[in-house]
Design a protein around this ligand. Structure first.
Ligand code: CA
Length: 222
C-alpha cells in the first residue's frame, strides 16, 4: 500500500512541484492550501507524514503542529522561509520530526521524507502480554480493547512497558514523560498511574501490569 503524504502549502507552484516529485517516488499526495482545516483532515485521513509550511493563511504551522500532537504522532516536517528561525523552532519543542528551509530542492525534500519515515517506522507498535501500543496514534489496546488513554497516560505506559521490570522513580517518570511542564509533582504521577490502572482493570480485572515498589516508584511486570 502506498504511503500518504499531506502537503500544507499556500504557494500553488511549490505544492505542485513537491507533489510531482513525491508521486514519482511512489507516494500518494494530498495538498491543503490554508491552515484552517488541517487538524480535521488529519483526523479523518490519517496521513503517514505531513509537510507543513509555517507561514499559512488562516492558522500558522506552529499552532497546527501543536494541535496535531495532542492526538497524533504522525511524522511532521516543518518548512520555514528563514534559516534563522530553525533554532527558535527547535527551542519551542513543537514535536516536529524535521525542519526544512526554503528555498529547497524537491529532491532534498523527498530524501528527508524517506529518512523521517524510516526513523519513525522503527518502534511504531510495542506488543507485550496482549498489550499493543501504537505510538503513531497514541492508541493502546489490551486484548483488542481500546484503553482510551490520554497522551500522558499513553507515554507513561509506553515508558514502563518498554522497560519491563525496571523500576522508575516518580522523578524519573516526570523527566521522561513531561518535556515542558514545570509544574508536575509526585502526586500528579500517582494520579496518572491510578487512572491508568483503572483503565487496564476495566478491560481485564485479573491483570496487574503496573506494580508499586514501596517508597521507590513503579515498574511494569507482565
Ligand atoms: Ca507560506
Amino acid at each position: 500500500m502506498k504511503e500518504t503524504i499531506l502537503i500544507v502549502e499556500d504557494e500553488p507552484k511549490l505544492a505542485a512541484l513537491l507533489t510531482d516529485y513525491l508521486k514519482a517516488s511512489g507516494f500518494d499526495v494530498f495538498t491543503l492550501s490554508d491552515g484552517l482545516h488541517v487538524e480535521a483532515w488529519v483526523r479523518g485521513n490519517k496521513p503517514d507524514l505531513i509537510i507543513l509550511d509555517i507561514m499559512l493563511p488562516g492558522r500558522d504551522g506552529m499552532e497546527i503542529c501543536r494541535n496535531i500532537r495532542i492526538f497524533s504522532r504522525v511524522p511532521i516536517i516543518m518548512v520555514t522561509a528563514r534559516v534563522e528561525e530553525i533554532d527558535r523552532l527547535l527551542g519551542l519543542e513543537l514535536g516536529a520530526d524535521d525542519y526544512i528551509c526554503k528555498p529547497f530542492s524537491p529532491r532534498e525534500v523527498v530524501a528527508r521524507v524517506k529518512a523521517v519515515l524510516r526513523r519513525t517506522r522503527d518502534g511504531q507498535a510495542v506488543q507485550i502480554e496482549g498489550l499493543v501500543l501504537d505510538a503513531n496514534t497514541y492508541r493502546a489496546t489490551l486484548h483488542g480493547c481500546d484503553l482510551e488513554l490520554t497522551a500522558v497516560e499513553f507515554n507513561l505506559l509506553k515508558l514502563l512497558v518498554e522497560n519491563p521490570s525496571r523500576i522508575f522513580s516518580r522523578q524519573q517518570i516526570m523527566e521522561k514523560i513531561y518535556r515542558e511542564e514545570r509544574f508536575v509533582n509526585d502526586r500528579t504521577i500517582d494520579s496518572h498511574i491510578k487512572k491508568l490502572r483503572r483503565k487496564i482493570e476495566t478491560v481485564d480485572p485479573q491483570t496487574t501490569l503496573i506494580h508499586s515498589v514501596y517508597s521507590v516508584g513503579y515498574k511494569f511486570e507482565p
